[in-house]
Design a protein around this ligand. Structure first.
Ligand code: MN
Length: 462
């Protein structure tokens, strides 16, 4: 296939040119003025951008949450990702506390078999772990780990475990990603709210203040400094947390940061609506001044990656709550948290480029290049370099797309962006050279996606 006459944007720059996809599913040539070969399919990309397929470094597919389960599995979630221009997802293996991590990994790999685009996996540790397990994960291409500083009793680990895992990961070329919120202090605020009869949805936001997010970012920055390792903060949601990232970096800590479209777009007033439980996510949505600060953080390089934390539920499951009560959740602590977003990420960040908050090159870097580099997929993913996988998106800035649930492909019946439309959507999406989406239609094949073993970080001291 020859993609002709587009505006190519990737690590090399922003320039006109043609791109040839080889028969092996890799990018063969990128140059101006390529002539079609015999019987080669030619795609006219005039007026469009040609960019590397998106890499979503933070998803939860198939995941059981209490008595319910996220509503997208790997088949439906990756099909939706493809339609929106994302051709690699990195999902979090999250077994129940006490489960063997390698058994959980095998389960996730089985769940991921019907994926339509390529899948990498991060490993979550919910307790102390021996170094051999860390090494075994890295050998299997799971080169990043997740630790929670929140959710005591289920996911949270203490500072000692964090320090041990940072050291072990550092020795084996792994990267530790952290959910940074002070879970113990939040637990106290939640208990107090319930004791005072404050049970409504908005209490979810009130009991998770930005200050406790910033505190955890600062604390894990100190632990990473002590361990002499990098650390990656998932879903930075607030200005104080962003300031804590800046402060850690100023001290020389190799701290990387991610945010998600919901923290750039949506405010906590949504939790006060009748359907406010659809907007429960953790960290909670913040007021608009935080959104502005985060856009600055994307533009100045403090935040390197935009992922989604895609974690959708049906309205019925949200109403029922994590205890699946027929009469509905009893208080805000029972609402399953998370939002759909795997399909809409590229378009929502693109809007920031159209508005001049970031550049078009920033858009590609934030959505594809940086997550590929950070998580050991570069340059196979996230680039248009010859030899890279032909995960390519022909992005049409003129294509309009509604964001109501019925106009999207994620398996859920509500949309955080309902009533809105975006200008800018993929005209064509390739996964290793195969067309998987065309102008808002999924044309891929379950099972086409492969598990991608990711590389350890360079310079590990193993
Ligand atoms: Mn998450």
């Amino acid at each position: 296939m020859l993609i002709r006459g587009g505006r190519l944007v990737d690590v090399v720059g922003d320039r006109g040119g043609d791109l040839r996809v080889g028969r092996d599913g890799r990018i063969d040539r990128v140059a101006p003025g390529l002539d079609p070969l015999d019987r080669e399919e030619v795609v006219d990309a005039g007026g469009c951008l040609v960019v590397p397929g998106g890499v979503d470094a933070h998803t939860h597919l198939h995941l059981p949450v209490g008595e319910v389960r996220v509503s997208d599995d790997f088949r439906t979630g990756t099909a939706a990702a493809a339609v929106g221009g994302t051709t690699t997802v990195i999902d979090y293996v999250t077994g129940p506390r006490g489960a063997d991590p390698l058994e959980a990994l095998a389960t996730w790999q089985r769940w991921a078999e019907p994926a339509s685009v390529d899948v990498g996996l991060h490993m979550t540790f919910t307790g102390a772990v021996d170094e051999g397990t860390v090494a075994a994960c890295v050998e299997r291409g799971v080169t990043s780990f997740k630790l929670y500083m929140a959710y005591p009793g289920t996911l949270q680990v203490d500072d000692g475990v964090i320090l041990d895992v940072l050291r072990a990961a550092g020795r084996h070329g792994g990267l530790v990603t952290v959910h940074a919120e002070n879970g113990s202090a939040i637990e106290t605020l939640r208990r107090r709210a319930l004791a005072e009869g404050r049970t409504g949805v908005f209490e979810h936001s009130r009991t998770r203040p930005a200050l406790l997010e910033a505190e955890a970012v600062g604390r894990v920055g100190v632990l990473a400094e002590l361990a002499g390792t990098p650390v990656y903060i998932v879903h930075v949601s607030s200005a104080p947390a962003l300031a804590a990232v800046r402060e850690a970096r100023r001290r020389g800590v190799d701290m990387l940061a991610e945010t998600c479209p919901q923290y750039l777009e949506l405010g906590p007033e949504l939790l006060e609506r009748a359907d406010g439980d659809n907007f429960v996510c953790t960290p909670p949505l913040r007021d608009p001044w935080h959104h502005e600060e985060l856009w600055h953080g994307l533009s100045d390089g403090t935040v390197q990656t935009v992922a989604t934390d895609h974690c959708p539920f049906t309205v019925a499951d949200r109403r029922a709550g994590m205890r699946a009560r027929p009469q509905g959740w009893a208080d805000f602590t029972e609402i399953p948290g998370g939002m759909p977003g795997i399909e809409t990420r590229m378009a929502l960040v693109w809007e920031g480029a159209v508005a001049g908050r970031i550049t078009v090159e920033d858009w590609v870097r934030l959505c594809a290049e940086a997550p590929a580099r950070t998580f050991g997929l570069w340059p196979q993913k996230g680039s248009l370099l010859p030899g890279a996988d032909a995960d390519v998106v022909v992005w049409d800035p003129a294509l309009r797309q509604g964001l109501d649930a019925g106009e999207l492909h994620m398996r859920t019946d509500h949309s955080p962006y309902a009533g809105r439309a975006v200008s800018g959507w993929p005209r064509l999406v390739l996964s290793r050279g195969r067309v998987v989406a065309r102008a808002g239609r999924y044309v891929g094949e379950p099972g086409w996606g492969r598990y991608v073993a990711r590389s350890p970080r360079q310079g590990a001291r193993g």
